[in-house]
Ligand binder design. Structure first.
Ligand code: BG6
Ligand code: MG
Length: 222
C-alpha cells in the first residue's frame, strides 16, 4: 500500500474550479478581455497572480499595468470568487470523494491536501471535511507553485515518507506534471486531452475507487 494520499482541492474534492473560472471570467470581462474554457485549462492549478498574468497577456495594452494595479485586480477576482463560494457546504463534495477519503483513513494511510489556493483551509472547512486531513499544504506554504513539485514534496516530507510511496490526485495538467516531477503516482480526474500525462486517469470523481487506484499503483511499482 502507499503511505500518503495527497489531494488537490479545486476541481477534485469540490467543483470550485468552476467558481474560479466564473470569477476570472467576470474580472476579465470588466477589462474587456474574453477567454474560453480551453484557455481556462491553463489557469487550473496555478496561483492567483500567475493566473492574472496569463489573462493580461491576452491584451498587450494591459501589460503596462503596475504591480499595485495588478494586486487590485487579483483582489477583485478573489472578491468575486468568495461571493460565489459563500454557500459552499457538505453537499458540494463531489461524488465518490468522501467514500475514498473514508477508505484511505480505514487503512491508516495519511491524507494531505496539496492546493495552490489561499482559500483552501476555509473551503475544506465549509465542506465539513477538515477532520480527514492530517496535513494541509496551501498557498501560504508554497514558494514554487505547480507545475513545480514543491507542493507535493512538502506534504511527503512532513510525514517523512519516500515520494515513491505517495499518490497525488489532480484535475489540472500543471498538477499532474507536479506529481510526476515529485516521482509520485499521479491520478488524473478529467479528460485525456488535458491530462494525458497522468499515470492513471478517471473521467470524473465518481470513478475514483480505492481498490482500483491501489491496483494501478502496485502495477506501476512492481
Ligand atoms: C488553485 C486553482 O487550486 O488555486 C486555481 O486551481 C486558483 O484556479 C488557485 O487560481 C489560487 O486560488 P486562490 O483561492 O488563492 O485565488
Ligand atoms: Mg485543481
Amino acid at each position: 500500500y502507499p503511505k500518503v494520499f495527497i489531494f488537490d482541492l479545486d476541481g477534485v474534492i469540490t467543483d470550485t474550479a468552476e467558481l474560479h473560472y466564473l470569477a476570472w471570467k467576470k474580472l476579465a470581462e470588466g477589462i474587456n478581455i474574453s477567454f474560453d474554457k480551453q484557455f481556462n485549462e491553463r489557469l487550473k492549478g496555478i496561483s492567483r497572480m500567475e493566473s492574472l498574468e496569463l489573462i493580461l497577456q491576452l491584451d498587450t495594452s494591459l501589460l503596462k499595468l503596475d504591480n499595485e494595479q495588478k494586486v487590485k485586480l487579483a483582489n477583485k477576482k478573489n472578491e468575486y470568487y468568495l461571493e460565489l463560494a459563500e454557500t459552499i457546504n457538505k453537499e458540494d463534495v463531489l461524488p465518490g470523494v468522501e467514500d475514498l477519503l473514508k477508505h484511505i483513513k480505514k487503512q491508516n494511510i495519511k491524507i494531505a491536501l496539496g492546493s495552490a489556493s489561499e482559500n483552501a483551509k476555509n473551503v475544506v472547512k465549509k465542506l465539513g471535511l477538515s477532520s480527514y486531513f492530517d496535513y494541509i499544504v496551501d498557498a501560504s506554504k508554497v514558494k514554487k507553485g505547480k507545475p513545480d513539485p514543491e507542493t507535493f514534496i512538502i506534504a511527503a516530507d512532513y510525514f517523512g515518507i519516500p515520494y515513491k510511496e505517495c499518490i497525488g490526485i489532480e484535475d489540472a495538467a500543471a498538477g499532474i506534471e507536479a506529481i510526476n516531477k515529485a516521482n509520485m503516482f499521479s491520478v488524473g480526474v478529467g479528460s485525456v486531452e488535458n491530462l494525458s500525462q497522468a499515470n492513471y486517469l478517471v473521467e470524473d470523481t465518481s470513478k475514483l475507487n480505492f481498490e482500483e487506484i491501489i491496483k494501478k499503483y502496485s502495477d506501476k511499482n512492481s
